[in-house]
Design a protein around this ligand. Structure first.
Ligand code: WTA
Length: 647
């Protein structure tokens, strides 16, 4: 039996989407997507209204995905200009700095418009135009939002790289995207610690294949000492100050690219997920309004960094397209202590709060004290994203943080999906802790078994989507084949999510986690193959296998099994060196939690590493190893189990 959390009556009475709305519109959105999305498209401001709506086929012979293909618009106009007449003085952004004693600032729609236009003009003067790629490697500061929208204004394609990624990861993204310009800052600050952003860019640009970058714009943020290399490096303020504060927006086709965002897959290097302008923006805006029940006077705070898709869709594009006030937080939730988020909520009277389960678990670990010393009266809705939330954390969030008053929306989606696909609509149906509940308008999830057969009713299997939705990614940048092979080859005619799911008797979906070689560490996706290739780059490593294991706070942790080159010795020092090597190669987020020496790895007779067995060893479940009869040398497993116990 699971407990059911009904919609509070006063919430339902004012909800943007009621149960009746959903029961009426959801079936229509599936039956007649052209009529449904054609109507919803009217909420954007188009330079040329679309007459073509949905054009999509997931079949190999006729594969294509297009939405609003003859429409024209500009995303920055939709996020800024459109609001000037009615919301010019409304805060578009509230900036809360890392340092709690620092000054919070408000940026009105009028001011944000002017700042975006100034940077857009500066970028044009630097030779950036429609279709050019721009890397944004910034902390969570107002300039990050300005940079994204300035690119959108001139039709440049932004590629935001999370500030926690290393020089090597930046270089990889420059190489793949062919970016011409990088926007960064001298340093970032998170949890009181400085992040050497400009130094990382300098190091990246020394690596091979990065000389497409002609210009680096540097925001002076901390004032820390950095090298400026002439003529490549330019101070942001020097090129932006004095620019006109209006800028003619580029006319973009709905299917012109808006951004590329790299994300980890189960194989090889990260994929450049490409999103286009019309469908993405509409989907981000419409889901934001419905799922977060957005009202004109809300103060909305999504804690995600703009380096992730959640920051793109639900810090920047969704909220700003809707004319909302979006809070930009530079810091981390647990610094200086675990009451920080709630102090920020009180200070800015935040009404909607959206974060990741890993943050909730980290805060929960500190007990209810830090929460209860704050008011949080302003809150009316809570959300989570990024990984499955355990019911215990859900209840703590609901009861302690929300005082039992606020509905919780557990939103399931992916970088690839552009926006939320399965989630409660908070005024429409009851929640069950741990379930993302039901599909959004126009979204048709399905559950398939291992043979790809669609299962009806109550079922468990792999989660697929049976038809396109406007926010769907359009391709892997520069690699259409990889796009098709990754998502559409496993189950013909369907999009495969990489997640497992269960559907219960009420038609509610329960996401059970990744079924591929992607692990989800603190809500951040990491491919096991990426960590493995980083490890084997080290001259003393012969072979490495990486798996996830359940981690109390992070959701999943990283367990690396490492075999050294013959003749090398397993020392404490080398252990530290290898952990540091992964950190510096990919970024701190990929740091192995456990690195275990593996004199040998469990392999089949044909030499394939048996990850299933490594996962069980990492989980500490030796009784669940399953069939080990195909192992070339069963003794290997005994050795690893003993190694784990002695760790
Ligand atoms: C997982 C983040 C359970 C899932 C928006 C998905 C979730 C991956 C949820 C995408 C949720 C995201 N419940 N699992 N509410 N939300 N996931 O691309 O495994 O960073 O495939 O996008 O996170 O991660 P990504």
């Amino acid at each position: 039996m699971t407990d059911l959390y009904p919609v509070p009556a006063d919430f339902a009475a004012r909800a943007n989407v009621t149960a009746a709305d959903y029961e009426r519109d959801y079936p229509e959105s599936i039956r007649n997507p052209d009529a449904f999305w054609g109507r919803i498209a009217g909420r954007l401001e188009w330079m040329k209204a679309p007459t073509r709506i949905r054009e999509a086929s997931f079949d190999r012979e006729d594969f294509h995905i297009r939405w609003f293909a003859d429409g024209e618009l500009n995303a920055s106009v939709n996020c800024l200009d459109r609001h000037l007449a009615t919301r010019g003085n409304k805060a578009a952004l509230v900036f809360e700095p890392d340092d709690p004693s620092g000054e919070a600032t408000h940026v009105s729609y009028r001011e944000l418009h002017a700042r975006v236009c100034r940077l857009a003009n500066a970028l044009r003067n630097l030779g950036i135009g429609k279709g050019d790629r721009v890397i944004v490697y910034l902390p969570m500061i107002v300039e990050a939002v300005v940079a994204m929208l300035a690119c959108a204004r001139i039709g440049a394609v932004h590629t935001v790289v999370f500030g926690g990624f290393s020089a090597n990861s930046i270089a990889e993204r420059i190489r793949d995207s062919g970016a011409k310009l990088v926007i960064t800052a001298d340093e970032g600050v998170r949890g009181g610690r400085r992040v050497p952003l400009k130094d990382n860019v300098d190091a990246a640009l020394k690596l091979p294949g990065t000389n497409s970058v002609a210009t680096v714009l540097v925001v002076r943020h901390t004032g820390g000492a950095i090298d400026m290399q002439q003529p490549r490096d330019r101070w942001y303020h020097a090129v932006v100050d004095g620019q006109p504060d209006t800028c003619e927006p580029e006319r973009m086709n709905a299917e012109d690219p808006l951004f590329i965002l790299y994300t980890s897959g189960s194989t090889g290097k990260p994929k450049g997920v490409l999103h286009t302008t019309g469908g993405y923006l509409l989907y981000a805006a419409y889901t934001h309004e419905c799922v977060f029940d957005l009202k004109e006077d809300d103060v909305y705070w999504c804690t995600a960094d703009v380096g992730w898709v959640t920051g793109h869709s639900y810090v920047v594009y969704g909220p700003l397209a809707n004319g909302a006030t979006s809070l930009v937080f530079e810091g981390i939730p647990t610094w200086p202590d675990a009451s920080r988020p709630w102090q920020v909520v009180d200070r800015h009277q935040v009404t909607i709060f959206y974060t990741a389960p890993t943050a909730i678990r980290a805060l929960m670990r500190e007990g209810s004290g830090p929460v209860e010393k704050t008011s949080r009266k302003s809150l009316r809705l809570l959300g989570t994203v990024g990984e499955p939330i355990n019911p215990e954390a859900w209840r703590w969030y609901h009861e302690v943080v929300g005082g039992g008053r606020c509905p919780v929306v557990d939103t399931w989606w992916q970088t690839e999906t552009g926006g939320i696909l399965v989630s409660p609509l908070p005024g429409a149906w009851p929640a069950k802790p741990g379930s993302a509940t039901r599909p959004f308008f126009g979204v048709q999830p399905g559950i398939v078994d291992a043979e790809g057969k669609l299962l009806e009713g109550e079922a468990e299997g792999n989660l697929v989507l049976l038809d396109s939705w406007p926010g769907q990614m359009r391709t892997v940048y520069g690699d259409d084949k990889r796009f098709f092979d990754t998502y559409f080859a496993a189950y013909p005619g369907m999009y495969f999510t990489g997640d497992g799911a269960r559907r219960d008797a009420d038609g509610y979906y329960w996401i059970t986690g990744r079924v591929d070689d992607v692990i989800n560490v603190s809500g951040h996706r990491i491919g096991t193959a990426e960590v493995e290739s980083a490890l084997v780059l080290h001259p003393k490593v012969a072979e490495a296998a990486v798996v996830g294991f359940p981690h109390e706070v992070k959701g999943q942790g990283i367990h690396a099994f490492v075999t050294l080159v013959a003749g090398e010795t397993e020392t404490e020092e080398l252990h530290r060196e290898l952990v540091a090597h992964v950190r510096s190669h990919i970024g701190p987020l990929a740091t192995p939690d456990i690195l275990q020496w593996a004199p040998a790895l469990p392999k089949t007779r044909s030499g394939k590493i048996m990850r299933r067995i490594l996962r069980k060893i990492a989980e500490g479940a030796p009784d669940q190893l399953g069939d080990t009869s195909t192992l070339a040398d069963p003794g290997v497993v005994e050795g690893l189990l003993a190694g784990r116990r002695n760790r």
